[in-house]
Structure formats: structure tokens, C-alpha cells
Design a protein around this ligand. Structure first.
Ligand SMILES: *Cc1c(COP(=O)(O)O)cnc(C)c1O
Length: 456
């Protein structure tokens, strides 16, 4: 068998994909010839027909061109899925990001006075307006927010935290580690299940710098428990003239208990309780881009702004553009619920999910896949992303049963689809949860299953 030369493949590539300089094809052409050679050496290829060669060229080149970071379809039912990019953004936020990305902006330019300005002003006023905070600043993510706040408020000092709140958020973000890198000394109090106000009080000494409360984002301690409320900590803080900080993780801006979910204090309520510094993520429950939001007392925020770490943890202009618009939607709760995808997904009524599941199941059945069954089942999704821990979101899903293919094999097939479809497995069947699906996702799911029929 004759393996085509790199130059020959280059020529073919440049005819197939006009608009690139010929030199661009050297690397992909080399990959094509290697691909063919390997197939031939393994005995998988006896004869290279013209059609076959064309297919290989297209396959290898399209793979070469595909960005590593790409869109996937989230059929898991987990809304704020950390591995799948957390929050999809509101349309209006995306429009603003595109504008700021494409053109110049007043990022650090005061248009009123024609002088240098601050990048933080773009979100400061709106954050104060919707939360009632005295001061506000934003950094790269919530991990940075916690780090810089601890470093500013309690460098070289002891920070008192309940043992029940020494959380690991994932990766290497553990409260004890962050404390160390912020230059603070961790002072744990209480026990895993119970911490009383007197535990904090007994630990206070002349080297105490801060009282810290951390939201238990991804777990819950149930049963015989006692945790000190923000209000109680504030009273204690005032008594000893110590600042109180709360890392909320997700940070609810609207009261979800109105919609039948368990009560989580909103950011506004926590600030109103007198907590001096509150931190939370931009891309968890808030539904914006990755950012760390720090709210609280004006003088403390000012100190954080001046901390040299702030430059290292600085928020980017695209984030600012998306965040500002997302925050503005919170001026009215109905707007937020309508236009912020994560909120909308979390608050989708079960009945509507049932309709979507039935529609999808019917369309899948119509494909006539032999040996497959599509059933609408009651199930539950999750908010994910360390928000409302352990909370189940009641939903209806499509259960896919197959006599021929195991759910694991099917899951892999869908994951390797273009675009990848990420699903979950329950017992012995595959689940497609409509909660996080966009309108554009449905035809892709149908196409993928259709491919299955064509015997891939
Ligand atoms: C998620 C979380 C963090 C980290 O936030 P990122 O936005 O991922 O940096 C910190 N603390 C708590 C309690 C969290 O839930």
C-alpha cells in the first residue's frame, strides 16, 4: 500500500479547506500520514481508497482544529456543575462581554473627569444597591476573596473558626490551608457537631484577629448539632472589638424559601445582622461569571482594596462586564428569575420538567431504535456547586434502557458525541435530565441517538 507523502496531503488539505496559508497544514498533514501508517502497520488497513483517504484527512484535521475547551450538553440535572463550567450566563451578560471584548472600554477611565478611574466602580454601586452593603469589591474568585480578606483582616493573628466548619471545597481549597497561606493562625473551637458561643468566647485572647464563619457548602451535619448564628457572633465580635467574617460560598441574593426550598439567609440578611465582611462566588447560585465578591464595612473593604495581593487576584474586564449586567438583573427578582439561567433552572417547576421529559421521550421513541426503551421517570436533580447542600430538586427525567448496550457504554458513547452529552446513571439505566437542557440541546441529543441507530 502506498502511503501518501506529507506534501501530497498538504495539497489536498489546502484544497479542502481554503483560506489558510499552505504552511498551516504541515502539522496536520504529518498527523494524517502517521495515522494511516499506524493503521496499516496494525493491519487495520489493506487498501487506501480515495474515499477512505478523504475521510481520514477530514477526521484528523477536524480533530486538530477542535478547541480543547468546548461546549457540552449538561443532561445530569446538576445546575451548578463545577466540572461543567458552573453557571451558563444570561444572554444580556454575554452581549456586554462581547462588546467589551471587541472594543476599548472605560475599564479604568473616569469619563466624567477624563482621568484615570477604578475598575471596581463598575460593580460597586450595584452591589451596594442590591445587598445594602456599605462597601464592595470583587476579585478573581471566592477562594481569592477568602484569602485576601483573611490576609487583610488578620495577618499574623489568630482566626477563630468552628471545627464543624473546617471545610474542603474541592481541589486544594481547605480552610486550614488557606488560613496558613493568608498568614493567619487557625484557632479551631467546639466539636464537629456542636459549637457554642462560649467556645468562641473562651478562645479569644490578645492575639485574636477575627471571628470566621464558613458556610458548609457541600455537606450537612445532621442530628445532634449546634451552630452559632451570624447574629450571635456579631454580638460577641462587638463585645471584644473583633471583626466578624462569613464565607458564604454560594451566597443567595434572593430568598429561595419563597419557592419551597429550605431557608438560607440571603446576603442582605447576613449583612443586616452586622457581619463585617461577607464573601461569595460570582458563578455559583448568583449565576454570573467566575468572581469573588467581597461586601461589608467600608473601611475594611478599603483596606482590602489597598492590599498588594489585590493586584495579583485582580478581576478581569470580561468578568466585570458580565458580572455587572448579571447583578443588575437582581434589581428585580422577577427579572433575575426570568433571565438568569441558573436561577431559572433551579426554579423550573416539576410539572414543566415532566412535559419536557415526555416530549423528549416521544421523540426518542420515534427514532425506532431496536432494543431501546425510553421511560419518563420521577427523579431529582441537584443545585450543585456548593449551594444548598444535599438539597434535591424534584424532577422528571428520561430513563434510557437498552438490551444491547450497557448504560456505561451508552454514557461513553454520548460523552464522545460532538457536542459531548454528559449524563448520569441510576441503577441499571441511563438518565437524561431535562432541567439543564437548552432548547438547542434537544436536536443534538436526537442526532446522537440517531447515530446509534446507524450503528456507530
Ligand atoms: C465554593 C466555595 C469556595 C470557593 O469559591 P470559588 O468561587 O470556587 O473560588 C469557598 N468557600 C466556600 C464555602 C465555597 O462553597
Amino acid at each position: 500500500m502506498r502511503i501518501p507523502s506529507v506534501n501530497e496531503v498538504k495539497e489536498r488539505l489546502s484544497r479542502l479547506y481554503p483560506g489558510y496559508p499552505l504552511s498551516y497544514f504541515t502539522e496536520p498533514a504529518r498527523r494524517v500520514t502517521n495515522f494511516i501508517r499506524e493503521k496499516w502497520q496494525k493491519g487495520e488497513l489493506k487498501e487506501l481508497t480515495e474515499e477512505c483517504l478523504l475521510n481520514y484527512i477530514k477526521q484528523v484535521f477536524e480533530d486538530y482544529e477542535k478547541p480543547s475547551l468546548q461546549r457540552v450538553i449538561n443532561a445530569t440535572g446538576v445546575v451548578i456543575h463545577t466540572n461543567l463550567g458552573r453557571a451558563p450566563l444570561a444572554e444580556k451578560a454575554i452581549e456586554e462581554i462581547v462588546k467589551v471584548a471587541k472594543f476599548y472600554s472605560n475599564l479604568e477611565f473616569n469619563l466624567e473627569e477624563g482621568k484615570r478611574g477604578s475598575r471596581y466602580v463598575h460593580v460597586e454601586e450595584i452591589l451596594k444597591e442590591i445587598t445594602g452593603a456599605e462597601g464592595a469589591i470583587v476579585v478573581n474568585n471566592n477562594a481569592s476573596a477568602v484569602l485576601i480578606s483573611l490576609n487583610t483582616l488578620a495577618f499574623g493573628k489568630e482566626v477563630i473558626v468552628s471545627r464543624g466548619e473546617l471545610v474542603e471545597i474541592g481541589g486544594s481549597f481547605r480552610i486550614p490551608e488557606v488560613m496558613k497561606w493568608a498568614g493567619c493562625i487557625l484557632r479551631e473551637v467546639g466539636t464537629t457537631n456542636k459549637t457554642h458561643l462560649y467556645d468562641y468566647e473562651k478562645a479569644i485572647n490578645e492575639n485574636t484577629g477575627l471571628l470566621l464563619k464558613v458556610h458548609k457548602s457541600n455537606f450537612a451535619i445532621v442530628g445532634f448539632t449546634k451552630e452559632v448564628s451570624s447574629e450571635e457572633l456579631v454580638v460577641l465580635g462587638r463585645k471584644y472589638n473583633l471583626p466578624v467574617m462569613e464565607d458564604l460560598g454560594s451566597g443567595c441574593l434572593i430568598d429561595l424559601s419563597k419557592y419551597g426550598y429550605p431557608k438560607e439567609p440571603t446576603v442582605k440578611e447576613i449583612l443586616a445582622a452586622g457581619v463585617d465582611i461577607v464573601t461569595f462566588s460570582g458563578d455559583k447560585l448568583l449565576g454570573g461569571p467566575q468572581a469573588g465578591i467581597i461586601l461589608g464595612k467600608k473601611d475594611l473593604i478599603e483596606k482590602i482594596r489597598k492590599n498588594p495581593l489585590n493586584r495579583a487576584l485582580r478581576i478581569d474586564k470580561l468578568t466585570l462586564a458580565g458580572l455587572e449586567v448579571t447583578l443588575r438583573l437582581y434589581r428585580d427578582e422577577n427579572l433575575a428569575r426570568e433571565y438568569i439561567p441558573t436561577l431559572k433552572m433551579i426554579l423550573t417547576p416539576k410539572e414543566q420538567l415532566k412535559k419536557e421529559a415526555i416530549k423528549l421521550a416521544n421523540r426518542l421513541k420515534k427514532l425506532g431504535l431496536e432494543g431501546f426503551q425510553f421511560k419518563v421517570l420521577e427523579s431529582s436533580g441537584k443545585t450543585g456547586g456548593g449551594s444548598l447542600p444535599l438539597l434535591d430538586l424534584p424532577s422528571f427525567v428520561v430513563g434510557v434502557y437498552s438490551e444491547k448496550v450497557s448504560p456505561q457504554r451508552l454514557q461513553e458513547f454520548l460523552r464522545k458525541n460532538q457536542p459531548p452529552i454528559i449524563t448520569r446513571i441510576e441503577e441499571d439505566f441511563l438518565v437524561i435530565d431535562p432541567r439543564c437542557l437548552f432548547k438547542q440541546d434537544y436536536p443534538e441529543i436526537l442526532k446522537a441517538f440517531k447515530r446509534l441507530k446507524d450503528g456507530v
